[in-house]
Design a protein around this ligand. Sequence first.
Ligand code: ADP
Length: 289
Amino acid sequence: MISGELKAALEAEFQAAVTADQPVFGGDINQAARVSLADGRAIFVKWNRSAGSDFFAAEAHGLRTLAAAGAVRVPEVYAVGKHPPFLAMEWIDTERGYASDDFAEALGRQMALLHRATAGQHGLDADNYIGSLPQSNTPSASWVAFFRDRRIGAQMDIARQRGRLPKEREALLTRLQSWLDVFLDDQGIRPSLLHGDLWSGNYMIARDGQPVVIDPAAYYGHREVDLAMTELFGGFPPRFYAAYNEVYPLKGYEQRRELYQLYPLLVHMNLFGGGYAARVDAIARHYGG
Ligand code: ADP
């Protein structure tokens, strides 16, 4: 059941009575529900009492930024609220089950089209979050500087605060930071619009069989970061990569895949610790050793 406070906030926002609500499970961080309104609309609402005031505003901005590119469907944002912090959006009727080849192909093609949307600099006009951790998007003309400071360096700072950056790890990562321009062609990397957290939990299969992506941590950056994320936990279906490559061919991505997986692995290490730290160290040794 949604709280009385959230119900009142939704009724004020939508100018309609809430007639039913069903919990939706599966999120990592927030609580969620399908909410029915007296005028017949159904909305998806997620909320989190401990979220900072800008948390859902940042997600809403990411969803709208992706939507504006017109490449892949995202739920339409309806409202961002403060008391309690919530985000309300279009309810998407979904298909259960696994991604078909046609679905994987559509998602691959659409992500490639998303990546064809570019900006003048890496970053975004606002900071956001990766999971529950802050993600700085201060724009930079240099991808190497952006990835080094705003992605690796920022997570190193969080690791230090959380006691997850022993001296040896810090030395390995610092060395990797200094080597980045050997692996990355700074001038050749275009700032592509990225989903930013593209794992299998962040796409849905709509009733029409088409992909819908959710939960972005959007910014402009090297498109291979999104691809590397898809491969972090087992990978997307082969048709996804084939379709992606047809629309926007990759060159030399495999050499950088683990380097780019370092970022989500640092995030996971900072959030969950455990085995992720060993993978962080292995990658840092590989690229920085
Ligand atoms: P969290 O931010 O906590 O990770 P998600 O945004 O991943 O939460 O949402 C949790 C679950 O709710 C998703 O796994 C998905 O199944 C479902 N979901 C998310 N957005 C919608 C939507 N617009 N319509 C229907 N279901 C949704």
